[in-house]
Design a binder for this molecule. Structure first.
Ligand SMILES: Cc1cc2nc3c(=O)[nH]c(=O)nc-3n(C[C@H](O)[C@H](O)[C@H](O)COP(=O)(O)O)c2cc1C
Length: 206
């Protein structure tokens, strides 16, 4: 597969459009990592930490995912609101690095997404045993789940306040296009947001 070099002359002015082209192809070809991204934050010690997340949707605003608002990944975002996402599609020799600020999505959108979650995830969101906490005996957690399964309360309450979505609003997007057949050309470019909706794009040495 020989892929032409991507350069600032032939890419869309808005990086989300380029992301859309790459993402659509990854989904169409059922790449295992099509919708999986690495989400990186700083923890309370100001140490970078990252984890896999599922991209639920994206639009001109940014990239949306859902999680427990009280989980460790969000512990330090009030101190450092800039976080980053990384998509890697090895089958296409592509990666996209994204930096931006997190914005909570509306309660209405979180409610809607919560309703679409599998039953088990909905119940888990109501557990008093918090995600990522250490537990002395994992059977306590199994017992908690069993209790939630027969309890009517979680179903009546709907989405708990601490479960919902964030949108990462991009300020920088860096696209890397490798090539399988020959070592060259590898190409790379970076978009930086300079003002509302205005992006500057530069070719980078890969
Ligand atoms: C493929 C994959 C997708 C994941 N998607 C999500 C997700 O959408 N939301 C989420 O909260 N955790 C997701 N996780 C779990 C996270 O990687 C992580 O373990 C969890 O959110 C706790 O992270 P924290 O302790 O840094 O808060 C996913 C894990 C994998 C392997």
């Amino acid at each position: 597969m020989l892929i032409n070099r991507i350069t600032k002359q032939d890419v869309p002015a808005n990086p989300i459009k380029l992301f859309e082209i790459w993402f659509d192809r990854a989904v169409k070809e059922n790449l295992p990592m099509a919708k999986i991204m690495i989400f990186a934050t700083n923890d309370n010690r100001n140490i970078p930490t990252s984890r896999g997340m599922l991209l639920q949707q994206f639009n001109e605003q940014g990239f949306v995912f859902y999680a427990n608002y009280s989980s460790p990944k969000f512990n330090a975002i009030d101190k450092n609101t800039v976080t980053s996402l990384l998509f890697v599609w090895p089958e296409h020799n592509r990666q996209v690095r994204i930096e931006g600020k997190l914005k909570k999505i509306s309660k209405k959108d979180s409610d809607r997404e919560y309703e679409n979650q599998p039953e088990l995830f909905k119940l888990l969101a109501h557990s008093h045993i918090q995600q990522s906490q250490a537990i002395s005996d994992i059977k306590e957690f199994d017992a908690e789940l069993e209790k939630l399964k027969i309890d009517d309360k979680p179903r009546q309450l709907g989405r708990p306040e601490n479960w919902g979505g964030y949108c990462l609003v991009p300020e920088l997007m860096d696209f890397y296009q490798g090539n399988f057949e020959v070592e060259w050309p590898i190409s790379r470019l970076r978009y930086v947001l300079v003002e509302n909706q205005v992006w500057v794009v530069e070719d980078l040495v890969p």
